[in-house]
Design a protein around this ligand. Sequence first.
Ligand code: G
Ligand code: G
Ligand code: MN
Ligand code: NA
Length: 257
Amino acid sequence: HSIEGGLRRALERQEFMLHYQPKINLETGTISGVEALVRWQHPQRGLILPEQFVWIAEDCGLIVPMGAWVLREACRQAQAWQDAGLPPIPVAVNISAMQFRHKDFLESLTGILKDTGLAPRYLELELTESVLMHDADSTACILKVLKAMGVRLAIDDFGTGYSSLSYLKRFPIDTLKIDQSFMRDITHATADSDDAAIVAAVVSMGKSLNQRVIAEGVETREQLAFLQAQGCGEGQGFYFSRPVTAEELVTLLRTGI
Ligand code: G
Ligand code: G
Ligand code: MN
Ligand code: NA
């Protein structure tokens, strides 16, 4: 695979970079965290988005060193923002199945937190339901260690996979990220009121289970109003901000959104 060779070289030549998308506290309107999203700055082809290369990296195993780079860079940046006197906010990192299951994952993560000096509570790992539900017993063990370290745990794209509600209780999950596919029609009651009911139910479940709930893919004022009416704690999406560079995020943190 030629892209595979390109990815390998990209890692050596440090062609990857992270963009950061703010998460917003829907009560206060302030930035409550950011999600780190990897990009490939290709010397010829320009900026390449992850949907074009992350699955290839997963296929060939390169996601393990690439994911470690992403974790290290996100932690380094979060600590640098704190050192610059900005209000401390957690940075969230997407973790692939192969990375999560790798025998060195916990050790690698421990080293990264130690090297960067980032307090574990400022790191959140975003795991999809398929990552979690595959081999639930070993998942529970890994999550328990992560939880004991003080790292925050989120279920990404919540509602699209096959997670059983009993595991939601068994796993030490801090945050549910409602998948953006549920956001599209929540304000068109006639088109698909099911989505509105699902979002309302997840928000309510999060409250009962003491989990933070964040709505992904918020694009309109109407969606925001609906989420606020439901008491959804946080939101993320183009309505607030696209993923931005580390530099642009500093401006957003200083001036607000
Ligand atoms: O960045 P974008 O907004 O286009 O993200 C597209 C997809 O790529 C999302 O599903 C996101 O979870 C995934 N993704 C982005 N960055 C990373 C990363 O660093 N690691 C992994 N495993 N997936 C990522
Ligand atoms: O799968 P994951 O949630 O990790 O990836 C987030 C993806 O969603 C990224 O590709 C990001 O660019 C995209 N995204 C973020 N906000 C919005 C939004 O408001 N609308 C849409 N359509 N995509 C969004
Ligand atoms: Mn995510
Ligand atoms: Na998501």
